[in-house]
Design a protein around this ligand. Structure first.
Ligand code: ZN
Length: 309
């Protein structure tokens, strides 16, 4: 069984007109997953993440700052491209809560794997800095839940969003129980993710890709570097920062991946999980800004998760 966590609160994080990380992304995702072939999904409302969940990776002072910055109407701008609307905290808490509950459900054996389809995304949020459309480090919070609450020893995070997961890197920098692997376009926002950034414990693997990298080279990078690293690490749980903005149609970046590449990648990641962690995968939505490409890629990704149950 594949679990899907979403919540209508994620429609209440409203960004200014013209902003790529927009409410319509959530609608596109919801519509894509209403298709007949997703009838067997275990659909649940993402619970609200508690302060304690957020505080697994962010200090109280940061959470206080977000709470205090919430506008009563309109927007507060946190950086060049990160905004808060009145509903932003509620939406972001669903992403946190969905990730925590997904880890719980997968590790307790209620379901085989899970996809958390919430917004705003999370992988750019650093310890004390909201940035890149992100407020809380959802996937890092999920990793900490698995390690500290469930007592796992090794959790792998694979981030295939086209942008480097600088936030995850920051939050997991000296967490030796986590292997963080990121493929991303370079040069591109946020500018981090060079190969020499390996974490305090050698626990981070950055694999920058040149602009215009397509299927063949992407698959070669995963075959030669990502999958061997995962096999060697032998994770007990695989977390995915699933951004779909490496798609050729995406307006924010210049990689040339296809919908079928996301299908292939998900199949191969599920294969690693089947060998090392009883198929336990929790995937969470990050970027993806062409609505059509996002819908098709999410559908492909979730279909493969369902096939691997
Ligand atoms: Zn991205």
């Amino acid at each position: 069984m594949t679990l899907l966590f979403t919540h209508s609160d994620c429609l209440d994080h409203v960004t200014p007109p013209g902003h790529p990380e927009r409410v319509e992304r959530m609608r596109a995702l919801q519509e894509a997953l209403t298709d007949e072939r997703f009838a067997l999904l275990d659909r649940r409302d993402a619970p609200l993440g508690a302060d304690a969940d957020i505080l697994r990776v962010h200090p109280q002072s940061y959470l206080d700052r977000i709470v205090q910055a919430l506008p009563e109407e309109g927007w507060t701008q946190l950086d060049a491209d990160t905004h808060l609307s009145p509903g932003s905290l509620g939406a972001a808490r669903r992403g946190v809560g969905g990730n925590v509950a997904a880890v719980d459900a997968v590790l307790l054996g209620e379901v085989h794997n899970a996809f958390v389809g919430c917004r705003p995304p999370g992988h750019h949020a650093e310890t004390e800095t909201a940035m890149g459309f992100c407020l809380f480090g959802n996937v890092s919070i999920a990793a900490k839940r698995a390690l500290d609450h469930h007592g796992l020893d090794r959790v792998a995070i694979v981030d295939f969003d086209v942008h480097h997961g600088n936030g995850t890197q920051d939050l997991m920098w000296d967490e030796e129980r986590v292997l963080f692997v990121s493929t991303h376009q370079m040069p591109l926002y946020p500018g981090t993710g060079a190969t020499h950034e390996i974490g305090a414990q050698g626990n981070i693997l950055n694999l920058p890709l040149a602009p215009m990298t397509g299927s063949a080279e992407m698959r070669r990078t995963y075959e030669q570097a990502v999958f061997p690293a995962l096999e060697e690490f032998e994770p007990q749980l695989l977390l995915i920062s699933a951004g779909f903005d490496a798609h050729a149609q995406d307006p924010l970046a210049n990689l040339n991946w296809s919908t079928d590449d996301f299908r292939w990648l998900t199949e191969r990641l599920c294969g690693v999980a089947a060998r090392h962690c009883q198929g336990r995968v929790v995937s969470t939505l990050e970027g993806g800004y062409d609505l059509q490409a996002l819908a098709a890629s999410v559908a492909a990704h979730v279909s493969v998760l369902m096939e691997n149950t």
